[in-house]
Write a protein that binds this ligand. Structure first.
Ligand code: 8YV
Length: 330
């Protein structure tokens, strides 16, 4: 029987590509070019599976043009690049990589929050410009982390891991807002209390965004929400671009309506809103919250595990829409 074909859409660890080659004919992309939609459709012809990242959009048009496709395995926990209803309609299994990046991403979110609160990037730029010529009592004074109110919007695995760091490690008061409230014992385990969104914004000393991106969360933080925050507050986003209205945030930062922000994700990335590049009180990083060697390898291995299991008669370990597909088949 002919071997099944799969596409590895972006460059990834060679060892992981080799694992896939043990099972499939693999078309990979070691040059790491970003495919246009037409190129993606072209490369997917005859492929039963695709190993994707956030840069490949799998939508109804791609699915209609690639009828052999059965599995799309995203090397990411977020999957807003997948149109899940379209995958369901096409009978395509979609998978993601939860859990393996939770602690790494929480570490980075916490680090960014601290960098914003303590003005690390802004003060480093000042030093590099050669402007540091004396000590002064109020030079780069920021705000404390310990004992402050940590406000988390979204309370999935990563939100809970950030809450634990704040409550247990730094003695922070932790509040959160999420559509679904945690069970009382989960709230106790992470030391967090549910509040409505307006209260979250008003009470936050440090607001951290960790909610998935969808039409419902588009610009969840815009001018109106920023106006509810304290002038000394910080905002950190390690979730997705598009959750924050970047132009409104840049204005609020420039006018010091909030003290500082730290962003790992941007609407339209890798483009960054030009206004964010010129305000001093924002820390900017290029979508690297999950980027440790060990975690990226674990993510790649889990995406490969999903692809191999799903195409060789096994059970994919971390499916997104397996239940929905099973219901449709029944
Ligand atoms: C990925 C991420 O690096 O997992 C996610 O949702 O945002 C990052 O960890 C990125 O999406 C590339 O696939």
């Amino acid at each position: 029987m002919a071997r099944q074909q799969v596409l590895v859409a972006r460059a990834v660890f060679p060892e992981v590509v080799e694992r896939l080659r043990a099972h499939f004919d693999v078309d990979d992309n070691p040059q790491d070019s970003i495919f246009t939609k037409a190129e993606l459709i072209g490369r997917l012809q005859g492929k039963a599976g695709a190993f994707t990242t956030g840069s490949e959009r799998i939508d109804a048009e791609v699915l209609a043009a690639c009828p052999q496709l059965r599995v799309v395995a995203n090397m990411a926990v977020g999957y807003n690049n997948f149109d899940i209803p379209a995958c369901n309609a096409a009978g395509v299994l979609a998978t993601n990589t939860p859990d393996v990046l939770t602690e790494t991403t929480a570490d980075f979110g916490f680090a960014l929050m601290m960098a914003a609160a303590r003005r690390m990037a802004e003060s480093e730029h000042f030093l590099r410009r050669g402007e540091w010529n004396r000590w002064s009592f109020d030079m780069f004074t920021g705000s404390d982390i310990h004992g402050a109110t940590l406000a988390i919007l979204g309370m999935g695995r990563i939100g809970q891991a950030i809450a634990r760091r704040g409550a247990l490690g730094f003695g922070m008061k932790v509040i959160y807002h999420n559509r679904s409230r945690l069970a009382a014992e989960q709230e106790a385990a992470v030391g967090a209390r549910w509040v409505d969104k307006a209260t979250l914004l008003a009470e936050a000393d440090h607001l951290v965004l960790v909610l998935p991106y969808s039409a419902a969360s588009h610009h969840a933080i815009g001018a109106a929400e920023l106006a509810l925050m304290k002038p000394g507050a910080t905002l950190t986003n390690v979730a997705r671009g598009g959750i924050v209205d970047d132009a409104a945030l840049a204005r609020a930062l420039r006018e010091r309506r909030i003290a500082a922000a730290a962003l790992d994700v941007f609407e339209g990335e890798p483009q960054v809103h030009p206004d964010l590049l010129t305000v001093p009180n924002v820390v900017l990083t290029p979508h690297i919250a999950s980027a440790t060697v060990a975690t990226r390898r674990a993510m790649a291995d889990l995406a490969a595990d999903n692809l191999i299991a799903a195409l060789t008669g096994g059970v994919a370990p971390t499916p997104i829409n397996a239940a929905e597909l099973a219901t449709r088949r029944a």
